[in-house]
Design a protein around this ligand. Structure first.
Ligand code: ZN
Length: 267
């Protein structure tokens, strides 16, 4: 699933192409999934913003929200799984979505009632609003495992399975630990690790896995997968201590960690 680095890479590449252009039409055949698209016609895209894993086309008093779901991508070339064509003056953007989990909706600016995850979303991890102290306080308020809490988007925005596993490994925190059990020092390490992992992933254009689902709008892959330390590496040696990396399923998601560097108790 595209996470913050992938969605932000898409945003950075598309904004110069579509910023300032007027929407001429939006074509699709699923009005339940792609909602109120007629409202965009004739409006100019002022900016393309991102919040967590959502893209927000700023159309003035309206916003067009796009969530790429499991396998969606916004591309400048048409694909066999194009579900939506966004026609702009002098440019066309294609929303490709083989598995059809993506969504798109026109809403009044800031009205995210149809998207509760967005309405409750925590701070952007690379912004000043994301502080170690606030992060620790937020983790203290949940009974969930720390990884589950991160996936909820509430303590911090934008992390999915890959960047959770990589950040927890870098911070030496076990993903199954109750979030509320993290000490201030552990929360600080995790805060730093999240920012470091995301910055590096952004530099490399995100992660393209073997399924080739995520590609940049130009069709190029990202390269952060080369630097994955634990994600998808169960059975390989931990790059820090040499122990065998493990995989468990937590809340239905594969979770990768080092049983030695990330012990079940405080570290
Ligand atoms: Zn290790």
């Amino acid at each position: 699933m595209p996470e913050l680095p992938e969605v932000e890479t898409v945003r950075r590449m598309l904004e110069p192409v579509i910023g300032g252009r007027r929407v001429l039409g939006i074509e699709h055949d699923d009005p339940r999934k792609y909602r109120r698209t007629d409202l965009a016609v004739g409006r100019r895209v002022r900016r393309l913003r991102r919040r967590g894993k959502f893209l927000l086309f700023d159309l003035g008093e309206l916003e067009m929200l796009v969530h790429l779901g499991m396998s969606g991508s916004l591309r400048l070339d048409e694909g066999t799984h194009t579900r939506v064509r966004i026609e702009l003056e002098g440019a066309t953007v294609f929303f490709n979505d083989p598995r059809r989990f993506g969504r798109l909706a026109l809403v009044r600016r800031g009205d995210y009632r149809e998207f509760p995850t967005l309405a409750r979303m925590g701070p952007e991890p690379l912004s000043r609003a994301f502080t170690a102290r606030g992060f620790h306080a937020s983790l203290q308020m949940t009974k969930r495992a720390v990884k589950t809490a991160l996936l909820s988007q509430e303590p911090v925005a934008g992390l999915g399975n890959i960047y959770c596993d990589e950040s927890l490994w870098l911070a030496r925190v076990n993903p199954l630990r109750p979030a509320a059990s993290l000490s201030a020092d552990e929360a600080r390490r995790l805060h730093r690790a999240i920012r470091r992992v995301l910055r590096r992933a952004l530099e490399l254009g995100g992660s393209t896995l073997g399924d080739g689902v995520y590609l940049r709008p130009s069709g190029e892959p990202g390269y952060f997968q080369i630097e994955h330390r634990v994600y998808g590496r169960a059975g390989e040696a931990c790059p820090r201590c040499g122990a065998g990396l493990q995989r468990v399923v937590l809340g239905g998601r594969s979770t990768h960690f080092c049983p030695v560097c990330q012990p079940p108790g405080r570290s």
